[in-house]
Ligand binder design. Structure first.
Ligand code: SF4
Length: 376
C-alpha cells in the first residue's frame, strides 16, 4: 500500500481477515459508531505478530470501545464556542477548529464527536472566528487545530496563517498536529509548507507545532527528518500525549519518548490524563496510577526531557496533578477558565485509586489559603 493511501474501512486491512467472523462483526460495529481511518505509512509501522503492538492499539478498532462509558464532549469544549469553529476558554488563548479529519484516527480520541456526521463545531469558513479574534485584543495566542490542520492543503492553511499574522495582537500561533507521527511525508514532500513556516514564524512572533507522539515507535527516521525540517524552518516544536493503557502506561516507554524528543530539540510539554470520552474505557489509566508512572519516568529523564506536566483538560481549566502522599492526592489549577476563581488553587482529596477524572473525587476540600503557596 502506498504511504499516501488512506483507508477508512477495516475490510481494507488484510491482516484482520484472520479474525473469527464474530470478532470482525464487533469491529465493524465499532467503526460504524466511531470512524476508522489510517494510511499506508502508519499501517506499515504495525507489527501484526504482536497482539499488544502499541501502534495497532492506537489506530485499529477494538471491541472494548463498545463498553458504555464517558461522554462525547468530556471537557465541555463546546460550552466555550463563541463563533463557528472558534472556542475561547482562557482569556489570552483562542482555539480555531479548522479541520474535521486527521491523518489517521486515534481510537482514544477526545474529539471523536468532530468526526461524526452531524457535527457542526468545525468551520470550513473561518471568517467568523477570525473576526472574533480581531475584536478580542486580549487574545495573544491562537491554537489552530481540529482534527489536524496539516490535512488542509498548504494553500488553505497559508490563507489562515496569513490572516492570523495580520492581527497585531496575535503573537503566538500554535498548530496542533499528529501528522509528524501519522504521516511525516505530509511534511517531507511539501517544501511550500516549510517555506510558509519560515515566512510566518518570526523572531518575536513564533509558530509552535504542538506535535503528538504517543510511543517511541512513532519516532521513525522519516518522522525525525520531518521534525528536523520543521525545526530548521524556525518553528518551535513541543510534544504532548495522553497517557493510554497499552501504549505508554509504562515509565520506561515514557522515559524513552521524552529523552528521544529532547535529543531532537522537541520539548516535552504535556502528558494528559485520557479524558472520560465515550468509547475510551479501555484506554484510560486511573489518575493516581498515571501520575505515579509519569513521576517515575521523570526521575529517569534529563532535566530538558523533564519539562512536562501531568494534566487534566477539565471543563473548569487545565489542572495539573501536583503530587501524591500515602493518603492524599494534590491538584493545582494550572490554567483556570475563570482566573478570578481558581488561579493557583491547590486541591487536596483523599486518595481514590479508582478515580479517572477530577469529578470522581467526592467531597472536594480546597486547602486553606495559607497552604496554597506550597506547590505553586
Ligand atoms: S490526532 Fe488528536 S484529534 Fe486526531 S484522532 Fe488523534 S486525538 Fe483525535
Amino acid at each position: 500500500m502506498s504511504h499516501k493511501k488512506y483507508i477508512t474501512n477495516i475490510d481494507q486491512i488484510p491482516e484482520l481477515n484472520r479474525l473469527e467472523e464474530h470478532h470482525r462483526q464487533k469491529l465493524k460495529a465499532v467503526q460504524k459508531r466511531y470512524a476508522f481511518r489510517s494510511n499506508g505509512y502508519y499501517q506499515s509501522l504495525i507489527d501484526w505478530n504482536d497482539p499488544k503492538d502499541p501502534i495497532r492499539r492506537i489506530v485499529i478498532p477494538s471491541a472494548d470501545e463498545l463498553q458504555p462509558w464517558g461522554e462525547l464532549d468530556a471537557s465541555g469544549e463546546s460550552l466555550y464556542s463563541k463563533a463557528p469553529g472558534l472556542e475561547h476558554k482562557y482569556p489570552d488563548t483562542a482555539v480555531l477548529l479548522v479541520s474535521d479529519v486527521c491523518g489517521a484516527l486515534c481510537r482514544f480520541c477526545f474529539r471523536k464527536r468532530l468526526f461524526m456526521d452531524d457535527n457542526q463545531e468545525v468551520a470550513r469558513d473561518v471568517s467568523a472566528g477570525l473576526a472574533y479574534i480581531r475584536k478580542h485584543t486580549e487574545i495573544n495566542n491562537v491554537l489552530v487545530t481540529g482534527g489536524d490542520p496539516l490535512l488542509l492543503s498548504t494553500r488553505k492553511l497559508t490563507e489562515i496563517i496569513e490572516q492570523l499574522r495580520a492581527i497585531e495582537h496575535v503573537r503566538i500561533i500554535r498548530i496542533g498536529s499528529k501528522m509528524p507521527a501519522f504521516n511525516p511525508f505530509r511534511i517531507l514532500d511539501d517544501p511550500e509548507l516549510l517555506e510558509m513556516f519560515k515566512a510566518h514564524s518570526q523572531p518575536n512572533r513564533r509558530i509552535y507545532l504542538m506535535a503528538q507522539f504517543n510511543h517511541p515507535r512513532e519516532l521513525t527516521s522519516e518522522a525525525r527528518r520531518a521534525l528536523d525540517l520543521v525545526l530548521q524552518s524556525g518553528v518551535t516544536v513541543m510534544h504532548q500525549t495522553p497517557m493510554i493503557r497499552g501504549v505508554n502506561d509504562s515509565a520506561e516507554v515514557l522515559t524513552e519518548l521524552f529523552n528521544e524528543l529532547s535529543y531532537m530539540g522537541v520539548a516535552p510539554y504535556y502528558v494528559f490524563q485520557c479524558r472520560p470520552t465515550e468509547g475510551n474505557a479501555a484506554y484510560t489509566v486511573p489518575i493516581e496510577e498515571g501520575y505515579a508512572i509519569f513521576a517515575k519516568a521523570h526521575q529517569n529523564c534529563s532535566g530538558l526531557a523533564r519539562r512536562c506536566r501531568y494534566t487534566l483538560s477539565h471543563a473548569t481549566g487545565k489542572i495539573e496533578v501536583a503530587g501524591l502522599t500515602d493518603d492524599q492526592v494534590f491538584f493545582r489549577y494550572h490554567r483556570p477558565a475563570d482566573p478570578q476563581q481558581n488561579l493557583g488553587e491547590l486541591l487536596a482529596f483523599p486518595r481514590n485509586p479508582e478515580a479517572f477524572w477530577l469529578d470522581d473525587y467526592t467531597d472536594p476540600q480546597p486547602l486553606a489559603s495559607n497552604q496554597k503557596s506550597a506547590f505553586c
